[in-house]
Design a protein around this ligand. Structure first.
Ligand code: UD1
Length: 368
């Protein structure tokens, strides 16, 4: 019997661990301990995902909470090291730790595990924005450099890792596990009354999300982005589920008046998985700086205007429905016009984004 641990900490992790954990729990030769670091703790950023996606209760909750990057990373490292050093009742240590994505919890768990000689598998390995000002890029680089199994969601991930000198037998293109969850939930999500509750018509609105430090932590950048949203909303009503970081910055910089002056921008609390998928799957366009949403919009075939100068997920622009906008208001207007005129490009769903990534991941994990 092998003993694995799988770690989740922040919102985008939960939809990635759900299908992997389900596959692992079906294997009689494995026991898997689910560790929640507590990086995200608000109900709408955490518990709702467990309930809606049927993820079992964490076996261990570390309760680290918010903090500076160093503080949060250190707190997870200290707490997880303790868990990894404790053998179970039968004296069996962990055979492997699985981490997903690129949040601080991913990096911290990978470092702590490697140092106590628990091998690490990284799901969503090899993605690179080549922009080291992004905290996630540092998390990706460090996590990949110390993981011994590198499981990639798109070919660029595989190419980056091989170019960095990773041995080919550690690197596996397995597909996109976040899309496994999307495909199993999209029909259920569309049944929800979310649109009628918000007085929206299918394809008659856009969805906006913004939370990256580069977009929301600088007052003039955030102000300009909000002004463009207000302007767009005259042509297409927008819904904007607002992340706590963004909401705090809007207040801190005194920018509430821009949103208040735009009646067709509906600010919402962070949405649960199903309500959000109900919204995104029927949107005319998505405007976002989220990594996960770039992928989800590609799988849904909904145009995605990506408010970033670069992306670590190039397949979403090369093959999918995404276009990089940076923070250029003129490019945003131009591409939005194309969406409204019906001349925006048609994307395709990338290879292996087919609902079976978790199965392929668990096959690699169990034979390695
Ligand atoms: C984190 C991830 C980011 C991911 C995002 C998704 C890192 C470096 N960043 O960013 O990659 O895209 O999650 O949401 O790991 N807060 C709450 N409630 C919570 C959690 C946080 O109000 O449950 C507030 C706190 O004020 C906190 C701030 O949000 O300081 C930022 O949270 P944090 O987890 O540090 O980073 P995110 O911006 O959420």
């Amino acid at each position: 019997m092998k003993r694995f641990a799988i770690v989740a900490g922040a919102r985008p992790n939960f939809m990635k661990i759900a299908p992997i954990l389900r596959e692992l729990d079906q294997r009689p030769e494995l026991t898997t301990v689910l560790i929640h670091t507590g990086q995200h703790y608000d109900r709408n950023l955490s518990d709702v995902f467990f309930e809606e996606l049927g993820i079992r209760k964490p076996d261990i909750s570390l309760g680290v909470g918010s903090g500076s990057h160093a503080q949060q990373t250190a707190d997870v490292m200290v707490a997880i090291e303790k868990v990894l050093l404790e053998a179970d009742e039968s004296g069996q240590p962990f055979d492997r730790l699985i981490v997903v994505g690129d949040v601080n919890s991913t990096l911290a768990a990978a470092v702590a595990a490697t140092k106590v000689h628990v091998p690490v598998a990284h799901v969503e390995a090899g993605l690179r924005s080549f922009d080291r000002s992004m905290p996630e890029e540092i998390n990706r680089l460090v996590t990949d450099s110390i993981s011994d199994l590198l499981l990639c969601s798109e070919p660029a991930g595989q190419e980056n890792l091989l170019r960095e000198g990773q041995p080919a037998d550690r690197v596996h293109l397995v597909g996109n596990v976040m899309i496994d969850t999307l495909l199993t939930q999209v029909e259920r999500a569309r049944q929800r009354p979310t649109l009628s509750e918000l007085s929206l018509e299918p394809e008659g609105y856009g969805v906006v999300t913004l939370h990256r430090p580069a977009n929301v932590d600088d007052s003039s950048t955030l102000s300009e982005l909000l002004q463009v949203m207000a302007e767009i909303s005259d042509r297409l009503p927008l819904v904007f589920p607002i992340h706590p970081r963004t909401s705090a910055r809007v207040k801190e910089f005194g920018l509430q008046s821009i949103i208040e002056a735009a009646p067709k921008v509906q600010l919402l609390e962070p949405q649960g998985y199903l309500d959000f998928l109900c919204l995104t799957s029927q949107a005319k366009v998505i405007v976002t700086d989220s990594g996960g949403l770039q992928e989800e919009s590609t799988a849904l075939g909904v145009p995605c205007l990506t408010m970033r100068p670069n992306t670590e997920r190039p397949v979403t622009c090369d093959q999918g429905s995404g276009t990089l906008i940076g923070n250029s208001a003129s490019l945003l207007r131009e591409q939005l016009e194309a969406v409204l005129q019906g001349t925006y490009k048609q994307g395709q769903c990338p290879e292996l984004w087919d609902g079976y990534a978790a199965r392929r991941i668990v096959e690699v994990l169990t034979r390695s």
